[in-house]
Design a protein around this ligand. Structure first.
Ligand SMILES: [Zn+2]
Length: 155
């Protein structure tokens, strides 16, 4: 797991995250400015976007944006996690150690999302069967050790 975390550092994932979320925020703020008047009218409000009376409409828009942006956010997170896993496998060359660590991590995260203790990992997309990914953006913990085992067979 240390190799995985070092991978995040070496691959500059923090900077990637800052850039990704900055661009996403700009897009969402732009959309909020454009769509706010229509939604305010639809909810029967005459408040402008800078009026505190419009905050509930703005929160509604933010909620819609959060749901709409979640596939992009999850794809971004999953890509970085996979890159960090691959960095660990390539530089450490100890796939059994990574697989073992991921199995231990599964005890915390629970591979079965319906039984999860962590609120952020309780939701799994029903249409997600077999893709190996979990709703919270991390690769499904059940398949991460398998990827390590596959890498062990290759190396
Ligand atoms: Zn990670």
């Amino acid at each position: 797991m240390t190799g995985h975390e070092i991978g995040h550092y070496v691959l500059k994932h923090t900077w990637s995250g800052i850039l990704f979320f900055a661009v996403l925020a700009m897009v969402l703020f732009w959309l909020a400015e454009k769509l706010y008047p229509r939604f305010a009218r639809a909810f029967g409000s005459d408040a402008k976007i800078d009026d505190p009376r419009g905050v509930p409409v703005l929160f509604f828009l933010i909620s819609v944006f959060a749901v709409a942006a979640s596939p992009f956010i999850n794809t971004f997170g999953r890509t970085l996690e996979t890159q960090a896993d691959m960095y660990s496998l390539e530089t450490e060359n100890r796939p059994d150690a990574l697989a073992s660590a991921l199995v231990k991590t599964a005890e915390y995260r629970y591979p079965d999302p319906m039984r999860s203790r962590s609120s952020c990992s309780t939701i799994t997309l029903p249409s997600n069967g077999g893709s190996g990914w979990q709703w919270n953006g991390r690769p499904r913990i059940r398949t991460r050790p398998l990827r390590s085992d596959q890498a062990a067979e290759v190396t």
